[in-house]
Design a protein around this ligand. Structure first.
Ligand code: 5AD
Ligand code: SF4
Length: 455
């Protein structure tokens, strides 16, 4: 007997790095779905595997090559059992930065595609299945990408990412983003609103606006004038169903007055802001080309908190930037104590080829970086814990996202992005409900409904 013809092909996407990559992976799946590609949880049986890579630090980059090795083995096994061919595509920032090197070093790779070319994916996949070894020119044309990516989004759950801006013109001396993602570019307001309306129609209540430099957003509005992130958010908040907004990642120098004011006036804007400073030492900030000093950052935080007193902060910090002395590092600890963070990401400096800092003198030894990272992490954990403790006893609006593991438990999201576990709440998916925080979990909060709530 003949086996039935296979109508669908299996697609597995593995995503590394930032939320922008998570968004891009979803959009790649959206654009491939009409071609019959269904998402597969694992790569072993996939017809097409896309690695959406990250180039920000060396470790993230290197992972790609070991993953390609693993895929090559899986491909052999799949073919041996008559499962057909597996196409391997490398996307994301490593593809953009090291496309040719990947092709040379990893002949198993069929296709290399940079972040601005995802709209060409269907055509390129079709071509590579016919003729192996396509390498895409590293061009930056984000408008073409977004014009072509209007395909419907396949969201599940009440939260979604929405990219509004790409690229970066800041050129911090440690960072590859201006090279891998290109110059700052903002999507037009109309196209963002259209995407957001589509999300709202599918039950999305909370949208996180993404951009490498999201608060530099200046896309054109209906009158052909440059908008601002604040104006965009007011328009988004007017969409029926969109109740919560967030944005990430921001640069301190692009916190405009209207954006600061929006933190006070715009109810939908969540009181949680990711505003990286990287270091607390003026000398290091200068060497990083951050274009602002420590005092300006502290003053900025005070102004945002004046607009929104319950604002909680998150940040990024790099330890061991070239030339960082014990004194400079103490300045970072001191800044963290001064500002107070609800959470933060900490990194050891990683020299990236082609960036100015990679060839700076006085690179900091690994063991010194390790020790500093540990001390900084200990302080951040302490602050994170202290922040969570202030929430116990408070009533917070929680957006219920998914069912918990036990009984009728449900898991929701606090305004501060923490997971909140609540019993007898599994009928409240997609709703925002007041919850009293009763206790702290490991990486989460526990809460209780104020009274039984109807669905
Ligand atoms: N080394 C270590 N951390 C880095 N980051 C960016 N580039 C590097 C690097 N070369 C960190 C910054 C940035 C975050 C996304 O990654 O803190 O804000
Ligand atoms: Fe990189 Fe952010 Fe600096 Fe741009 S502002 S160069 S993305 S760290």
């Amino acid at each position: 007997m003949n086996s039935p013809a296979r109508t669908s092909k299996k697609l597995h996407i593995k995503t590394y790095g930032c939320q922008m990559n998570v968004y891009d992976s979803e959009r790649m799946a959206d654009i491939l779905r009409p071609l019959g590609y269904e998402m597969a949880e694992t790569s072993d049986d996939a017809d097409l595997v896309v690695l959406n890579t990250c180039h920000i630090r060396e470790k993230a980059s290197e992972k790609v090559y070991s993953e390609i090795g693993r895929l090559k083995e899986q491909r052999g096994e799949k073919e041996a059992r008559g499962g057909g061919r597996m196409t391997i595509a490398i996307a994301g920032c490593v593809a953009q930065a090291e496309g040719q090197e990947i092709m040379n070093r990893a002949p198993a790779v069929d296709l290399v595609i940079g972040p601005q070319a995802y709209h060409q994916l269907p055509e390129l996949i079709a071509r590579t299945t016919r003729m192996k070894g396509e390498r895409l020119a590293a061009d930056f044309a984000p408008d073409a990408k977004f014009d072509a990516l209007t395909a419907e989004r396949n969201v599940t759950g009440p939260t979604a990412f929405l990219t509004v801006q790409e690229g970066c013109d800041k050129f911090c001396t440690f960072c590859v983003v201006p090279y891998t993602r290109g110059a700052e570019w903002s999507r037009p307001v109309a196209s963002i609103l259209e995407e957001a309306r589509g999300l709202a129609a599918k039950g999305v209540r909370e949208v996180t606006l993404l951009g490498q430099n999201v608060n530099a957003y200046n896309g054109v509005d209906a009158d052909g004038q440059p908008s601002t992130l604040a104006k965009l958010m007011y328009a988004l908040a007017d969409i029926e169903g969109i109740d919560r907004l967030r944005y990430t990642t921001s640069h301190p120098n692009d916190m405009g007055d209207d954006l600061i004011a929006a933190h006070g006036d715009l109810g939908a804007l969540m009181p949680y802001l990711h505003l990286p400073v990287q270091s607390g030492s003026d000398k290091i900030l200068r060497a990083m080309n951050r274009k602002h000093g420590r005092a300006a950052y502290v003053e900025l935080i005070q102004r945002i908190k004046a607009a929104r007193p319950d604002l909680a902060l998150s940040g990024d910090f790099i330890v061991g930037f070239p030339g960082e002395t014990d004194r400079d590092f103490e300045d970072t600890l001191d800044l963290v104590r001064t500002v107070g963070y609800a959470s933060a990401f900490t990194f050891k400096y990683s020299p990236r080829p082609g960036t100015p800092a990679a060839s700076m003198p006085n690179q900091v030894p690994e063991d010194v970086m390790d020790e500093r990272l540990q001390r900084l992490n200990a302080l951040i954990v302490e602050q994170q814990q202290a922040f969570k403790e202030t929430l116990v006893g408070q009533v917070l609006p929680v957006l219920f996202e998914k069912k918990g593991r036990y009984g009728r438990q449900a898991i929701g999201r606090s305004p501060y992005l923490q997971s909140v576990f609540v019993e007898d709440a599994d009928h409240l998916m997609g709703q925002i409900v007041p919850v009293r925080i009763t206790a702290l979990g490991n990486n989460s909060l526990q809460g209780a409904l104020l009274a039984p709530v109807e669905a």
